[in-house]
Design a protein around this ligand. Structure first.
Ligand code: SF4
Ligand code: SF4
Length: 353
């Protein structure tokens, strides 16, 4: 663990989309209840001060009391970020702007309140966009979605740190990734995160379970692809984007953002450890914690064994639970399990990041 507790928290499995490729929709159908505000507050009360929360994967902004939850975090000075499909971003910020209770937070500057900036511990908004234009709408089954994102994202860029994540799947065409990337550059997004597609089969699940008998694994329904095809496809897209930077003078027609030169959009790759001869380990296991949709300390979205209920026990005590410690040790000593080999949580164990 690093000094700060990084907690990936699945507040709920509920989502307002039904994407064709969603790996977890069957799991969501089993349990899509929205937790009570009281329960969420109890969990927040049990977190240490030096915590950063990443609300992820499911649609956090759907929660009816989300502003109250954020206010509670603001009052505790706990930083947080959200990952969202973007559908409710405009509504969310509309509610923020019209929310009189946010006036009770300290003014951030002379002359008035900027209510969005008042959510000052909201450090980052991660938006998932896998395709440019109609293709995005087709894969997400919402024919107006991309145009909506195109309108709302540029409005937020100067207010909050926005990152865009794209899962690089083989059916994403070269033309489409270039279009997406150029558009992101034109609106001055600082970071475009490219994510390697998770790829494992029922056999990988069985092999993993054979190593650790009590392992509970949630298996996405998709078929496993040839790993070489996946890797080559990913590298092809990367080299395409690299060439775009090196050889496309039109990118330099964008205005300079500050004296001294042009700043191009930063591309980050997850997990970069796959492409280097690094000793790989898992960020989620080593540096982060996870709270599942039941409020319990858990392992990751694929390994769903869970432990103490954080609404009932301090997080600092829950991580000392022997069952939790021994279970993590078992995964570490068999690492990487077959299901871990293409996971975006891989990192270089010898690096400090
Ligand atoms: S937005 Fe994410 S969680 Fe919701 S259905 Fe799509 S892939 Fe699944
Ligand atoms: S690398 Fe393995 S343990 Fe870590 S998050 Fe991925 S699937 Fe879970």
């Amino acid at each position: 663990m690093t000094d700060k507790y990084i907690i990936n928290w699945e507040l709920s499995l509920a989502c307002n989309l039904d994407c064709s490729f969603c790996s977890q929709k069957e799991r969501r159908n089993l349990n899509n209840k929205i937790p009570s505000l009281e329960n969420i507050y109890q969990i927040i009360d049990n977190l240490p001060n030096n915590t950063h929360i990443s609300f992820l994967w499911w649609e956090t902004l759907m929660l009816p009391n989300i502003i109250d939850i954020f206010k509670k975090l603001e009052e505790r000075w706990i930083s947080y970020e959200i990952t969202t499909n973007g559908i409710l971003l405009d509504k969310f910020f509309g509610v923020v702007m019209n929310n009189p209770t946010l006036n009770s937070l300290p003014k951030i500057r002379e002359g008035g309140y900027n209510k969005i900036e008042q959510l000052k511990h909201l450090t980052q908004i991660n938006i998932s966009i896998d395709w440019y234009g109609d293709f995005h709408d087709i894969s997400r089954w919402k024919k107006w979605l991309f145009n909506k994102l195109k309108k709302v994202i540029p409005e937020l860029i100067n207010i909050k740190n926005i990152t865009i994540s794209t899962v690089i799947s083989p059916n994403l065409t070269n033309e489409n990734i270039v279009k997406l990337h150029l558009w992101l550059n034109s609106i001055w997004i600082k970071e475009h995160k490219l994510i390697y597609m998770m790829n494992f089969s029922k056999i990988d699940v069985e092999n993993s379970k054979n190593k650790i008998k009590e392992l509970k694994i949630w298996l996405p329904g998709s078929e496993k692809l040839d790993n070489n095809v996946l890797k080559n496809n990913f590298l092809e897209k990367l080299s395409l984007l690299k060439n775009l930077w090196n050889n496309n003078p039109s990118l330099y027609s964008f205005p300079k953002i500050r004296e001294g030169g042009y700043k191009k959009i930063q591309i980050t790759i997850e997990p970069i450890a796959l492409f280097k001869k690094w000793k790989i380990s898992c960020k989620q296991l080593d540096k982060q914690l996870r709270i599942d949709e039941n409020g319990k300390l858990s392992i990751c979205e694929f390994i769903t064994n869970n432990f103490d209920d954080i609404s009932k026990i301090k997080l600092n005590d829950a991580i000392k639970n022997n069952d939790f410690i021994e279970f993590k040790k078992a995964i570490k000593s068999n690492f990487p399990l077959d299901i871990c080999k293409t996971c975006c949580k891989l990192y270089n164990e010898n690096s400090s990041n």
